[in-house]
Ligand binder design. Structure first.
Ligand code: 6R9
Length: 698
């Protein structure tokens, strides 16, 4: 039985502005009865789309959505082939559009979409849009860290820059299938580098420029890049960050560990640091400006199979080592483009700004590929969103007349704390759609975003998705149905969410449990780089037959989905995914740390913060200095964004008799819910708990 999103009895209220034929709506209502456990909820907790907005939207009402969604589930091949047809394919894919099996018990997981199709995503982002007459349209507006510093590139100019770099990479021996590490801040050179790799079939691996030398080294060792692309330094707010020094140290360490990179292409970001002040290794380092502009602005495309790899992006999981999530070309292209278009109701006149860094998946799919595939004008901002003051975002919105603004709840909460004045002093009239990503958005932050930032006129697309999913999975389609603050609402086309219980049994109707997905979608990742077995066990064996997301979720009586956060050992700090095991191993690498256990605790602005229980080695005294140096150890091992907010001394950790740390208890202690510790009798040493409580504020 086909499970459609419910929200059924609401159809009439939802779509009071739509003009469906009576017959059509009768059919849909019958269907609704078949599907639905839904009961209409009060209008009070819902925000209805504005009539004028809905009328101009790609998907103007729930009936239209249901019609498209039903088609996407009943005939995925047909549905996605049509979406794929808007792109250029050198050769069309073979007979079979996709492979379906997500059931590990029936064989290996091998997801493929448009296999045999030959295309190039860079060509589809640039050349195709230029050929259709958009060469002189602005592709990228770049706003620097400091007010008054900006730049822009048209589609024609962007293509020239991409081709020059692509030619340089080719001259330097980078070939199809080789990997390239990009360690750059939000300069235009970052998307340029990604596109240049894609143009020649090289696999880019962008490493967020907030990661430490050790994290960068780890990634270099894992993917063995032909070349590392970086810049000498960047200004973030008032700080200068010397990225090249970090790369130097990562490269010399990786070299000692047997992975030698001969070429480090360095963009001279002279606004942050002069060339002559940059440390240099003549035989390895090359200034971008010395070589790239000399290359030809024409570069033939390397045509690749839809299933050839496009990029690797490392992300955190339950275990220590970051996982190299691998995305391929064709499915990812079609999926990011379609999700961008529908979830933001994108129109060619839009000016789009996503505050994410290209170092995370959001920057890949929704700063670079999704928008450029749609021929959009994208704003790239180099700096921090509250520099020089908390009004900067709205200043930028007014300056460029931004129409779609996509950000993370943590920024919304932090700006909310700074007060409405910083927002209301700017017009923000141009805004028409807002977006949220990275973690659940709490209803009060949602309301503030909606009422204050969007003047109660812009729908909010709260997009639930993951590095692994490539693009949006559960998201509002603005204008198509009423929103509920804090709910990501309904699945995107082709996505079949399933909420399962502990035993993996799918639940119907109103329920809560583990969020899974049945059947593949084009944007799904295809493997973990170099470890397909880990891919299968991590994602497909917990609940056979499903992709398991790692998130908890509930569905309400109207069929709306509500994400409730990770159920595994992943913490979400300001929308950044951090594995507890990674932080623990960084702490344990400190010579004075015997053992560490890390949990996430609710935090007013960051969503969650990192709370670490640390047992020092025998004979070491507790001290503030030791706390500081433990935190430093995490900063240097992973990056500043993963630094624990609290170190809690632990003479011992609560363990079961088999030695397993009971994190449930640690979470309760960390959040001071001491009356909810539950049963501690199964602990090897129940006294540990009292000791921990006694040391809570020391
Ligand atoms: C895109 C991205 C993925 C995890 C995911 C979930 C959380 C992301 C969310 C959300 C609730 C949303 N998450 N978007 N939770 N509502 N709209 O963030 O990818 O860095 O891989 O993180 O983020 O917990 O599992 P990634």
């Amino acid at each position: 039985r086909l499970r459609l999103p419910a929200m059924t009895n609401n159809l009439t209220t939802t779509n009071r502005h739509s003009h469906l034929s009576a017959r059509n709506s009768a059919v849909l209502k019958r269907k609704a009865v078949v599907i639905g456990e839904a009961v209409a909820s009060d209008d009070a907790d819902r925000i209805f789309p504005d009539q004028d907005f809905a009328q101009q939207a790609h998907v103007p009402n729930f009936e239209k959505y249901l019609e498209m969604y039903t088609r996407s589930i009943e005939d995925p091949a047909g549905f996605w082939s049509e979406m794929a047809d808007s792109f250029y394919w050198k050769k069309k894919w073979g007979q079979q559009v996709n492979s379906e099996n997500l059931d590990i018990t029936k064989g290996n997981i091998k997801i493929e979409w448009f296999k045999g199709g030959i295309t190039n995503i860079c060509y589809n982002c640039l050349d195709r849009n230029i050929e259709s007459g958009n060469g002189e349209k602005i592709a990228i507006h770049w706003e620097g860290n400091d007010r008054g510093v900006d730049d822009s590139l048209t589609y024609n100019q962007l293509l020239d820059r991409v081709c020059q770099l692509a030619n340089y990479l080719k001259e330097s021996g980078v070939k199809k299938g080789d990997s390239v590490i990009i360690y750059l801040p939000m300069l235009m050179e970052l998307p340029i580098s990604m596109l240049a790799c894609a143009r020649i079939g090289a696999v880019h691996s962008v490493v967020f420029a907030g990661f430490s030398a050790e994290s960068l080294e780890q990634r270099i060792i894992d993917c063995k890049p032909k070349i590392v692309i970086t810049c000498n330094a960047v200004k973030r707010g008032t700080k200068v960050i010397n990225l090249k020094d970090i790369v130097d140290s990562a490269l010399s360490e990786s070299s000692q560990n047997g992975v030698h990179v001969d070429l480090c292409l360095t963009y001279a970001n002279e606004l942050a640091k002069k060339r002559e002040d940059t440390k240099w290794q003549k035989e390895r380092d090359v200034w971008w400006q010395d070589v790239v502009p000399k290359c030809s602005t024409k570069c033939d495309v390397e045509w690749v199979d839809a299933e050839d790899p496009l990029f690797l992006l490392y992300t955190s999981g339950s275990t220590g080592k970051p996982k190299g999530v691998l995305h391929t070309t064709g499915g990812y292209m079609v999926y990011t483009a379609a999700t961008f278009k529908y979830a933001f109701d994108y129109k060619p006149s839009d000016i789009y700004w996503c505050t994410a860094d290209c170092g995370w998946i959001t920057g890949h799919s929704y700063v670079a590929y999704g928008p450029l595939l749609n021929g959009a004008t994208v704003l790239v901002y180099e700096g921090v969103p509250n520099y020089p003051d908390p009004g900067r975002c709205w200043d930028i919105v007014d300056k460029y007349k931004v129409t779609i603004f996509y950000t993370a709840p943590t920024l919304v909460r932090s700006l909310m704390r700074d007060g409405n004045e910083y927002v209301t002093r700017y017009s923000r009239k141009s805004l028409r759609v807002l977006g949220s990503v990275g973690e659940p958005i709490n209803p009060s932050a949602w309301r503030w975003f909606y009422d204050v930032v969007g003047d109660s006129r812009c729908p909010i697309s709260d997009t639930w998705w993951q590095t692994e999913t490539g693009g949006f999975m559960i998201t509002p389609l603005p204008g198509a149905w009423p929103q509920k603050p804090g709910s990501a609402t309904f699945p995107f086309f082709g996505v079949q969410p399933a909420i399962v219980d502990e035993k993996g049994k799918e639940m119907e109707g109103e329920c809560s449990g583990y969020l899974c997905v049945k059947a593949s979608w084009p944007g799904a990742f295809r493997t973990l780089f170099g470890d397909h077995e880990r891919y299968e066990t991590t994602y497909f064996s917990a609940f056979p037959g499903y992709y398991f997301s790692g998130d908890g979720c509930s569905r309400d009586k109207d069929g709306y989905y509500w994400l409730t956060g990770r159920v595994d050992d992943v913490i979400n700090v300001s929308g950044h995914r951090i594995g507890t095991a990674e932080v623990e191993s960084a702490l344990v690498s400190h010579p004075k740390c015997a053992e560490a256990a890390v949990v996430g605790v609710e935090h007013e602005v960051k969503g969650q913060c990192i709370y670490a229980f640390v047992t020092p080695v025998e004979g070491v005294e507790y001290s503030e200095d030791l706390k500081k140096s433990l935190v430093l150890s995490v900063r240097t091992n992973i990056g500043a964004f993963a630094a624990p907010d609290k170190i809690h001394w632990a003479p011992g950790l609560p363990k079961t008799r088999s030695g397993k740390i009971m994190r449930r208890i640690l979470r309760k202690i960390a959040s001071r819910q001491l009356d909810e510790l539950g049963d501690t009798s199964t602990l090897a040493d129940p006294n540990v708990v009292d000791q921990l409580i006694a040391l809570a504020d020391s």
